[in-house]
Write a protein of this length. Structure first.
Ligand code: CP
Length: 315
């Protein structure tokens, strides 16, 4: 595997190799010596042409824990803000000897364009492109679900997951549906009809408009951010109405199974898709998702750049 552009680049055993490698790397991070020399002398560029906190910082931490040299590069403050093209940016990175580019871009398909081009020879990792995909987020979500709810097997066979909210604008939802399905979980999308994409019937997931009906049946509920910055139309009457029908509040938390977990990729709109007391409750694994993001992103860099999975107990 050279690039990670979409979950559809992975088969089940590729996905499990990344999850297992992340498990081993998390053990290293928990130990006294947090760094591995694996990527010493390699250069990783974080090219963020769209805002990010979690993904950008965790890819940087992951690369540093593998001893890579890291160049952080955001649109603001770079020549991208002067209108420099993706091609010229990529050729500049190639000239600097980048072994991998982690790219976030508002245009769906920008990472694929980079990978298909002759502009650079390194690996391309999609850190979120438009409304298309966010594969490293889906992998960290699957890692978190496996850690809490896995039944000892390598996959997520039989687990039920609800993905709730603004599916239309969510690259997280698309990547998660693909990966959870690949790993054997059953996904239900819950959203108002206006926030579901055209063609959702062909996704490997059920669709429901009734959160109260679904909430008591699932092992994990993944709330999605309402992406107001991508909305140029009225998709629901008002915030209060949205919260009433699709928000996760204390009443709905009480309806969940005792073992069920609450997830959110962040950043959250507290009080809109999730109540503050639910986000901060004992059932929430939202902060843990962020920590797991470092282990997963270490595993992605390890598998793409070192070319081999880390064997259990080899560190
Ligand atoms: N989940 C996620 O992609 O968060 P950031 O936008 O902060 O990277």
């Amino acid at each position: 595997m050279r690039h990670l552009l979409s979950i559809s680049d992975l088969n089940k055993s590729d996905a499990i190799v990344i999850l297992d490698t992340a498990t081993e790397l998390a053990r290293v991070s928990d130990g006294q010596v947090k760094k591995l020399p694996t990527l010493r002398g390699r250069t990783i560029v974080n090219l963020f042409a769209e805002d990010s906190t979690r993904t950008r910082i965790s890819f940087e931490a992951a690369a540093k824990r593998l001893s890579a040299d890291v160049i952080n590069f955001s649109a603001k403050g770079s020549s991208i803000s002067k209108g420099e093209s993706l091609k010229d940016t990529a050729m500049t990175l190639q000239a600097m000897g980048a072994d991998a580019v982690v790219i976030r871009h508002s245009a769906s398909g920008a990472p694929q364009r980079l990978a298909d081009s002759q502009w650079m020879t390194g690996s391309v990792i999609n850190a979120g492109d438009g409304t298309h995909e966010h594969p490293s987020q889906a992998l960290l979500d699957a890692f978190t679900i496996r850690k809490h709810l896995g039944k000892g097997g390598p996959d997520l066979a039989g687990l039920k997951v609800a993905i709730v909210g603004d599916v239309l604008h969510s690259r997280v939802a698309r990547s998660n549906v693909l990966l959870l399905n690949l790993l054997g979980a059953h996904v239900t999308l819950v959203a108002p009809p206006t926030l579901l994409p055209v063609g959702v019937e062909s996704w490997p997931a059920k669709v429901s408009y009734d959160l109260d009906e679904v909430i008591s049946q699932v092992d994990a509920v993944m709330m999605l951010r309402v992406q107001q910055e991508r909305m140029n139309d009225l998709f629901f009457p008002n915030a209060r109405e949205y919260s009433r029908y699709f928000g996760l509040n204390s009443q709905r938390l009480a309806m969940m199974q005792p073992h069920a977990i609450i997830m959110h990729p962040g950043p959250m709109n507290r009080g809109l898709e999730i109540a503050a007391e639910v986000a901060d409750s004992a059932r929430s694994v939202i902060v843990e998702q962020v920590a797991n993001g470092v282990s997963i992103r270490m595993a992605i860099l390890y598998v793409l750049l070192a070319g081999a999975p880390l064997e259990a107990g080899s560190n």
